[in-house]
Design a protein around this ligand. Sequence first.
Ligand SMILES: NC(=O)C1=CN([C@@H]2O[C@H](COP(=O)(O)OP(=O)(O)OC[C@H]3O[C@@H](n4cnc5c(N)ncnc54)[C@H](O)[C@@H]3O)[C@@H](O)[C@H]2O)C=CC1
Ligand SMILES: CC(C)CC(=O)C(=O)O
Ligand SMILES: [Mg+2]
Length: 366
Amino acid sequence: MAARKLFLLSGDGIGPEAMAEVKKIIAAMNKTGAGFETEEGLVGGCAYDAHGKAISETDMEKALAADAVLFGAVGGPKWDSVPYEVRPEAGLLRLRKDLALFANLRPAICYPALADSSSLKKDIIEGLDILIVRELTGGVYFGEPKEIIDLGNGQKRGIDTQVYDTFEIERISGVAFELARTRKNHVTSMEKRNVMKSGVLWNEVVTQTHKAKYSDVKLDHMLADAGGMQLVRWPKQFDVIVTDNLFGDMLSDVAAMLTGSLGMLPSASLGAPDAKTGKRKALYEPVHGSAPDIAGQGIANPIAMIASFAMCLRYSFGMVAEADSLEAAIAAVLDDGLRTRDIMSAGMQEVGTTAMGDAILAKFLA
Ligand SMILES: NC(=O)C1=CN([C@@H]2O[C@H](COP(=O)(O)OP(=O)(O)OC[C@H]3O[C@@H](n4cnc5c(N)ncnc54)[C@H](O)[C@@H]3O)[C@@H](O)[C@H]2O)C=CC1
Ligand SMILES: CC(C)CC(=O)C(=O)O
Ligand SMILES: [Mg+2]
């Protein structure tokens, strides 16, 4: 069996703390022949400190050559004043763009044991299982021009440009429709066609793609602001949500809180299948950031990172049984009452990052 090449980019803040728990799982799986070959690199603020760039060319090459990249988180106040082009977040944007990871899958699942721990009522979130499919390499995060210009009268103008081409909308909606067919067969497309030209095109292309190839799937359209409201009001009306880069970023943070904490939400960022091998470039990362407010305290929730590794097993290596069993281990540990501080509630047992990771690993191996 060929080695399974993983490139680990832990990043900043709680990134390395969460990644440490995944490394233990990889080591345990290797003892029973999983054959993961891991290499580590630097991304974000730590990379900037080391060589003045948010990711080095060498590490970019390693990311391109790997079967999958596992990514922690980047950023923090230490790097607030570094130039925009080399700020920590630029490393992540470059990875997404250069690996052409256009499809970002962000599942929001409310584990049964956490149905009481959201700020929302139990009946609203109990059994919640939705999937946000976010376009990841286009839109306002990448569109040109992107600059701050001096207007010369003491005023400046900040410009970001929202751009979408037909092919980008077609391919991301295709991913959403395909995934919906494996779930409840329902896609809700979100944009703002009432005020944005790119929203008009988004709506048209999703509608055409649906008509041409996926008319068996139920399709709804919703304005993205109303969509945010509906996510909080009655999230169970959704199955798959497909949306652009910016709205997907925001709506997935909202969805995270439905599940109890940002520390619970994993994600997979996937490229197109290679024409010859069928393999996709892929990066797996928690939805959360580097959480500077809790970094270094050993209290970060590692579940989003561990669940991201479960997605890696599923999507990059076809290790479906192992992915199911890792997700079941997370559920079992929560059923046992173990909680990191972000999901702590009365009567439960508070544990730190390491103890949570160890407990999940023990269940996984049992
Ligand atoms: N993918 C990435 O690397 C991302 C990086 N960032 C960067 O992270 C830095 C901090 O950004 P914030 O806006 O504070 O967002 P954040 O996601 O880092 O934190 C938001 C809040 O959620 C909590 N939180 C997040 N993950 C948690 C976990 N695993 N366990 C327990 N609590 C958790 C934090 O303590 C904080 O109160 C910024 O530099 C930002 O640009 C933000 C989002 C994504
Ligand atoms: C580049 C990231 C910091 C943007 C973000 O918040 C995310 O992808 O969730
Ligand atoms: Mg975000």
